[in-house]
Design a protein around this ligand. Structure first.
Ligand SMILES: *[C@@H]1O[C@H](CO)[C@@H](O)[C@H](O)[C@H]1NC(C)=O
Ligand SMILES: *[C@@H]1O[C@H](CO)[C@@H](O)[C@H](O)[C@H]1NC(C)=O
Ligand SMILES: *[C@@H]1O[C@H](CO)[C@@H](O)[C@H](O)[C@H]1NC(C)=O
Ligand SMILES: *[C@@H]1O[C@H](CO)[C@@H](O)[C@H](O)[C@H]1NC(C)=O
Ligand SMILES: *[C@@H]1O[C@H](CO)[C@@H](O)[C@H](O)[C@H]1NC(C)=O
Ligand SMILES: *[C@@H]1O[C@H](CO)[C@@H](O)[C@H](O)[C@H]1NC(C)=O
Ligand SMILES: *[C@@H]1O[C@H](CO)[C@@H](O)[C@H](O)[C@H]1NC(C)=O
Length: 440
């Protein structure tokens, strides 16, 4: 350990002779704890031998090219370093999908230029939910860390203002991965994302820890929208842990083909929950969310909390392709230790998402099954919005909704006392809750 540090210092002072840097901030401790997906692998390292410091951007300049240059220079064994106190404004797309054994020590503040017109046609775009990205990370053995100091600021208010008059305005996601493996993202503050904060796609063995995400709204007539904390897509063996999120949409959302995901130790305020879906929107497409464990969550002033959203089936004569009728499954999803403070619902399952009415949903049940879902050890008090109702578990047919379990649900309406849940079409279930049919 010591020897390689000395070697690195020697190399670094030779490269940057004017300003020897032997004081790269400490590398974070990486561990998925207390739970981890089966076979989860941490990145190799740290044993970086080179440091590529990125200088602050001068007013009006674009930090993008300098960051790209540093990433190329330090790839395969170095650390791209953004020192504390430095500020950077990225004004052009940054494709960092070639990374191997390289770290990003972000201790300064990174902004993305809030010039919507200038980003037009330049972001990385994906057909899935019209995702667009300012920058994207891919490769393997990459550690992006901020030691509790680094900040990534999306200057979201500019985009939310524009959204008021233009629903389709370009709103990139603050950080995206596409094909990132055995890597970590830790210790960063992310603020005011124009859209979702993080999109984790085509990725495996990713540890995300000790993050702080917040939305600070400055214009009451232009509220923040779609500020999900993390959305996982086509990814597996992902851990998101020990982080605090203050936002106005999902805290975490598991999109199609998210498997072996552990979410633990999150503190979410103002969110729409830790949500599976929505799934099954596209007719004939197969969406899978499987082996998800959500452990030890505290949630405050949120709408939905532990939530599963699935679209129902479509009438055979319908020619609509994006109003349900998807295939696949939600299987083996557990929410354990969930503390509620003033939320609207303690549990929400719907297999009738966006359905016109319950009879339509019952007539054309989902082709996407929900099975083996467990809610365990819930505590706390909800808000008054639906009191004394505590949540809803609505399926489209008992044939496609099986083995739903709820045990030790110690959640109450405001002021205490008992509450109840609305339940419909649950197949074989194991529910230690007061479950009442719709309308009763
Ligand atoms: C707030 O948003 C509205 C709607 O976009 C906009 O007209 C107004 O200028 C914004 N106010 C400020 C202070 O940015
Ligand atoms: C994921 O990988 C697929 C297949 O290589 C590719 O088509 C797609 O653009 C990638 N990214 C996302 C977000 O799907
Ligand atoms: C739950 O998470 C909190 C915050 O991260 C942590 O302090 C606590 O020890 C965790 N509890 C369990 C049972 O893991
Ligand atoms: C999800 O996985 C299923 C089964 O492998 C596949 O048919 C489907 O195309 C995948 N969906 C996406 C969005 O990658
Ligand atoms: C259910 O998912 C969890 C979390 O990924 C995993 O640890 C467990 O082995 C899975 N159970 C089954 C029966 O596959
Ligand atoms: C449900 O919605 C369908 C489609 O809009 C409509 O034809 C039907 O009358 C509605 N049923 C009830 C009970 O409202
Ligand atoms: C869940 O609650 C039960 C009953 O109160 C308790 O025995 C068990 O230890 C709890 N589990 C966890 C992980 O706290």
């Amino acid at each position: 350990m010591r020897l390689s540090t000395v070697l690195w210092c020697t190399l670094a002072s030779a490269v940057a002779a004017d300003k020897p840097k032997c004081s790269l901030p400490p590398f974070p401790d990486l561990a998925a704890s207390p739970k981890a997906p089966a076979g989860f692998q941490l990145p190799q390292g740290p044993n970086r031998k080179k440091v590529c410091e990125v200088k602050s951007t001068s007013a009006g300049d674009d930090a993008g090219p300098a960051i790209l240059k540093a990433a190329k220079k330090c790839n395969r064994g170095g650390t791209v370093y953004f020192p504390e106190g430095n500020e950077y404004t990225i004004a052009s797309p940054l494709d960092l999908t070639f990374l191997q054994h390289v770290d990003f020590a972000i201790f300064g503040t990174i902004y993305f230029k809030d010039d919507i017109a200038a980003w037009q046609g330049k972001t990385f775009n994906y057909p899935f939910q019209s995702v667009s990205l300012f920058w994207r990370f891919g490769g393997s053995h990459v550690n992006i860390y901020g030691g509790g100091k680094g900040v990534i600021d999306g200057l979201g208010q500019t985009y939310w203002n524009a959204l008021v008059t233009n629903k389709a305005v370009l709103r990139p996601i603050l950080l995206g991965t596409d094909g990132l493996h055995r890597s970590s993202i830790t210790g960063l503050k992310m603020t005011n994302s124009p859209n979702w904060f993080n999109f984790i796609s085509n990725s495996t063995d990713i540890l995300i820890s000790d993050m702080f995400l917040d939305v600070v709204q400055k214009n009451a007539s232009a509220p923040a929208k779609n500020t999900d904390g993390w959305d996982t897509f086509r990814s597996s063996k992902i851990v998101i842990q020990n982080s605090k999120i203050v936002n106005t949409d999902d805290c975490v959302s598991f999109k199609p083909n998210s498997t072996s995901v552990v979410v633990q130790g999150l503190d979410c305020t103002g969110s729409h929950g830790i949500s599976v879906g929505s799934l099954g929107q596209y007719r004939g497409q197969v969406d899978i969310v499987e082996d998800v464990y959500v452990y030890n969550t505290t949630m405050t002033n949120s709408g939905d909390t532990a939530r599963i959203k699935v679209w129902p089936g479509v009438p055979p004569e319908s020619d609509l392709q994006d109003q349900g009728g998807g295939l696949g499954r939600v299987k083996n999803v557990t929410y354990e230790l969930f503390h509620h403070n003033g939320n609207d619902n303690a549990i929400t399952i719907t297999q009738c998402y966006a359905s016109k009415n319950q009879s339509m949903c019952d007539a054309y049940p989902a082709d996407l099954k929900i099975e083996d879902v467990t809610f365990l050890n819930f505590t706390g008090t909800l808000g008054k919005k639906y009191a004394p109702r505590l949540g809803t578990l609505i399926c489209s047919s008992p044939n496609v909704c099986t083995n739903i379990a709820a045990h030790n649900i110690d959640v109450h309406p405001p002021g205490g006392g008992p509450g109840y849940f609305t339940c419909h079409n649950l197949g074989d279930a194991h529910l230690d809750i007061d479950c009442r049919e719709i309308g009763s």
